[in-house]
Design a binder for this molecule. Structure first.
Ligand SMILES: [Zn+2]
Length: 261
């Protein structure tokens, strides 16, 4: 399991519940449940994220009632999960569509539109931010600007093919209108990022990540003990209460016997 994925997963919890503490048990349950079915770290995070989102939908408005005054928490749970995945995890549109439970084939249309709508909503709450617009087509080579799914957003979300990206990089160097459109979208991108709940690289957040990882591993071993290495099996064995009792009794006996020799 990648650290960045786990960190993003922690960010999803932060975006779906008002406090880190309230989000932790649902995150623990979701990751433990998902680990029963797969040991592929990437798939595990996706399934746990879907389960987490579903659980927050069941919890309803209660989950974030304390923070509803903040613009980010007025987005729908889908939109919040999407923005955390895109900004913190650099997760792709197709991965986000799997997590949100939509059809992958539709992801190229649905994900950028949903992301743009969410970003536009946040932009409207940021004083002084210029509303991102496209360029009027100055030349024949200017890319089409779809106001609901602009190329500037796909560029920043890294959702373009290498060829498209190269074309646009070259184009904006010679076209001030498209350069301006890209810059205004970039400003929006970083302004929106400041609203998204963060996860620290240290302290409590690191402890939470460790506990999530351990829970996933332990549940996996519980259901699939044959996957354990000898070392892991011995650690698991020695941590069992009855083993610890037996070891304690054994140590006492050794001590007592040594006193009589
Ligand atoms: Zn242009």
């Amino acid at each position: 399991m990648l650290e960045q994925d786990l960190k993003t997963y922690l960010g999803l919890g932060r975006s779906l519940w008002s406090t880190p503490e309230a989000s932790f048990t649902p995150m623990l349950d979701a990751i433990a449940g998902a680990s029963v079915a797969t040991q592929d770290g990437a798939v595990l995070i996706e399934r746990a994220s879907t389960a987490l989102l579903t659980r927050s939908l069941v919890a309803g408005i209660e989950a974030t009632a304390d923070r509803v005054a903040e613009p980010f928490f007025r987005l729908s749970p889908d939109e919040r999960v999407l923005l955390v995945g895109l900004h913190h995890g650099r997760w792709s549109y197709s991965r986000m569509s799997r997590i949100l439970g939509t059809d992958v084939a539709a992801s190229l249309q649905d994900m950028p539109r949903l992301a743009w709508k969410a970003r536009m909503h946040l932009a409207s709450q940021i004083p002084g931010l210029n509303y991102p617009t496209g360029s009027a087509r100055n030349g024949m080579s200017c890319p089409d600007y779809d106001p609901e799914d602009p190329w500037t957003q796909r560029f920043l979300d890294e959702e373009l093919s290498q060829r498209e990206r190269l074309f646009l990089q070259t184009h904006v160097q010679g076209c001030s209108a498209c350069q301006k459109a890209l810059n205004s979208c970039r400003n929006l991108y970083y302004a929106v990022e400041k609203w998204i709940p963060t996860v620290a690289e240290y302290g409590r957040d690191q402890q939470m990540m460790k506990r999530l990882k351990t829970a996933a591993r332990q549940v996996r071993h519980l259901y699939h003990p044959h996957e354990m290495t000898l070392g892991q099996a011995l650690v698991t064995f020695t941590l069992r209460p009855e083993t610890l009792t037996a070891l304690g009794v054994g140590a006492c006996l050794v001590y007592i016997l040594s006193r009589f020799h």
